[in-house]
Design a protein around this ligand. Structure first.
Ligand SMILES: Cc1ncc(COP(=O)(O)O)c(C=O)c1O
Length: 385
């Protein structure tokens, strides 16, 4: 487990523990049972760094890597990943021929996508997963248009330009495993599989489950599961089932050096708008991170920070580059380490705590961490949840 109090040399850093990533992937691998495992690394590995996460995931047994957009999938290949990669979000006119030549599996939700994919084929058929909209109304063919999509794909398969390898969809409410939405989506998925089978299409990869489905809805596993957030040690279920109870280890620790520490009198206002006023003489610490680094401004005057082993609160508005923590009467000095969030094992706040302070989800806290914050990779060996 990463020790967030090890000496800090940088102004600020996000430390990513690759042992935690491997541990989480192995945990998900076990939960997936006989299904294959796709580790989702879109949006720069949910802010953790796409390529290092993908490498650690492969080491820990991920069969597939999942990317949302083409640039991500191609960057994975460029970084030397030669295993199965699935990419599911493209727009008209994108260079699909590059993806096909790179052996990247693509998704199709409409006949025009099948045509674009077929047009990009050179010397080997494109591998395609057909997407059914089971109720979320994002991508996917609606059930009324599903047979048309399947027939269009079948025609290109007969012509040797594509290979239909999967049928898939996405769950809208797996963070609430008891929601009837899950059952309804599952039923729609099953009927899409039946329709495809009646047309003679029975591909080997049927997939539906994200982290919530992987961890709580085994009936959604089919042949392949696609967890994202749980890979990073964060729970998709919020407070209802925290990561520690799922055996997951949060992989990212966000730390910074206090840029300044000062004593202010009672009545001193803090940060833009002076929205917080010191009720008593107080020691304040200046944290060199702000919304320009991805801290949510909504967490102003509520986010937790650990300094000197004590949990304190950000006071006043979070600015672009900095924010202020109320250290009350603690002894502290410029250069001391402030831990904004980490695994929680050493008493530090977690991404969930920040999510609560900003009234958002843990996904957003880690994924929006900006490019200005250097990522540093550590490997603590065997992480245990
Ligand atoms: C198509 C698809 N599959 C899987 C995932 C992973 O979801 P989660 O991070 O909730 O596990 C996502 C992310 O939202 C997604 O868009």
């Amino acid at each position: 487990m990463y020790d967030p109090l090890e000496p800090l040399t940088a102004r600020a850093e996000a430390v990513v523990d690759l042992a935690a990533i491997r541990h989480n992937v192995a945990t998900l691998r076990a939960r997936a049972g006989t299904a294959q495992l796709m580790t989702v690394v879109k949006a720069d590995g949910y802010g953790h760094g796409m390529v290092p996460v993908a490498r650690a995931a492969r080491e820990a047994g991920a069969d597939w890597i999942g990317a949302a957009v083409l640039e991500e999938a191609l960057a994975l290949r460029a970084a030397g990943d030669t295993g199965p990669i699935f990419c599911w979000l493209t727009t008209p006119g994108e260079p699909l021929e590059q993806a096909i030549a790179a052996g990247i599996d693509l998704s199709a939700s409409a006949p025009w996508e099948i045509s674009e994919i077929a047009a990009g084929v050179a010397d080997r058929p494109a591998r395609v997963h057909l997407k059914i909209d089971t109720g979320m109304s994002r991508g996917g063919a609606v059930p009324e248009e599903w047979p048309t999509l399947v027939r269009a794909a079948q025609a290109e398969e007969k012509a040797g330009r594509i290979e239909i390898v999967g049928i898939w969809s996405h769950l809208a409410s797996s963070d609430e495993p008891k929601s009837p939405v899950n059952e309804a989506q599952l039923a729609t998925f099953q009927s899409a599989l039946d329709v495809a089978a009646s047309l003679g299409v029975e591909p080997p990869l049927r997939h539906l489950a994200n982290s919530g489905g992987t961890l709580a809805l085994p009936e959604t596993h089919f042949d392949l599961v696609r967890p994202g957030i749980a890979t990073y040690g964060l729970s998709p279920f919020g407070d209802a089932l925290p990561s520690s109870e799922l055996g997951l280890v949060p992989a990212m620790t966000l730390r910074a050096k206090l840029a300044m520490v000062k004593r202010v009198p009672a009545g001193a206002g803090v940060s833009y708008g002076l929205t917080w006023t010191a009720p008593t003489p107080s020691t304040l610490g200046l944290i060199p991170l702000g919304y320009g680094d991805g801290l949510p401004r909504h967490a102003s005057s509520s986010a937790p920070v650990q300094v000197g082993g004590v949990r304190r609160t950000v006071v006043g508005r979070i600015c672009m580059d900095q924010c202020v923590v109320n250290l009350e009467d603690d002894a502290a000095a410029a250069g001391d380490t402030a831990v904004l969030f980490g695994s929680g094992v050493n008493g530090e706040p977690t991404a969930d705590d920040w999510a609560e302070a900003a009234q958002t989800i843990n996904y957003e806290i880690v994924t929006r961490l900006g490019a200005r914050v250097p990522r540093r990779y550590v490997d603590t060996g065997e992480a245990t949840g």
